[in-house]
Design a protein around this ligand. Sequence first.
Ligand SMILES: *Cc1c(COP(=O)(O)O)cnc(C)c1O
Length: 372
Amino acid sequence: MLKATETILEIDLSALGHNYHYIKSRLKKETKVMAVVKAFGYGSDAIELAKELVNLGIDYIAVAYVKEGVALRDAGIKAPIVVLHPLPINFDILIDRCLEPCLYSTKVLNHFIKIASKKNQIDYPVHIKFNTGLNRLGFWKNDVDRVVKKLKETKALKVISVFSHLAASEDLSEKEFTLNQIKTFKDISENLIKSIGYKPMLHICNTSGILNYPEAHLDMVRSGIGLYGFGNSEKENKNFKPVATLKSIISQIHIIEKGETVGYNRAYKSELESSRQKTATIPVGHADGISRAYGNGKGWVTINSQKALIIGNVCMDMLMVNVTDINCNEGDEVIIFGELHTAEDLTEQIGSISYELITSISQRINRVICRK
Ligand SMILES: *Cc1c(COP(=O)(O)O)cnc(C)c1O
């Protein structure tokens, strides 16, 4: 393992492979996998991850916005790329770069047909999204006839898949709601297939859907967080390996007296007698994605296998930790999150989720690709 000499986000491609194979082991052989690499690959490195996923045999790649798909094409990724939430302003470039749009409303469908027809497209691959309860993006159940009519009027589009998104797949107390979403989706897609006369692929499961609803794997599943190493439950987390480790070093150590304070607003005050209080300053702050919410003892880092609580307020570019009882020196390595002390462990302290922390790590932190 690489020893840090500055703040880095280490990306372990072996962990990605492990997670991919674990997800595959939960699927039927013929079920396809769409890897979701939106938001810079959940804050890791979308290009390096996409390349590795292609090597691993991924069927589809998904991003949220057109710009993210363009970056993958610029990097030479040739796999099919689905854009989950394209906006009409970007349809021209989407077609120019062979990205596949999700069409989710009448306005968006009509606009896409117009642009695709103008560009003389025939059977351009598209994905139709239905809303079954998340109430975020998608056609409604009673839009099916209208969508089919539009699709039949044009030769420009070919529906590659029909899909929906689960609202609470990780929450087993919402099982009845989820099963209802799955049932609604099956009714919608059956209806649509009957009317368009061919069978697109069907998919509804995200990572927790894959783990909790095997009966809903259908033709394809979409995994994001699982590939990055989280299973959204204590039990499933054991089967995954976090891909990203945020590491830094101790840039300075201070010994402070009783009554002295640490950081902005003097939020931490030492109560320890006679030069016993020792603090370490770490070059990573809220501008790097470590929220102020982790300050004042909510969050911690690991130094020489020991837990060092964050003291005072997190600053923009650095934070301070309590190392009074830790044998450490300036230059020593610091783990902010990783395999043992995970992003999820940290986010639990502030009522957030792993997704939020890993996608927040700022682009000024170097990504270092490795295979452990
Ligand atoms: C982000 C996203 C996913 C991935 O969800 P995970 O919980 O990270 O597996 C799947 N489908 C859609 C539509 C998404 O927006």
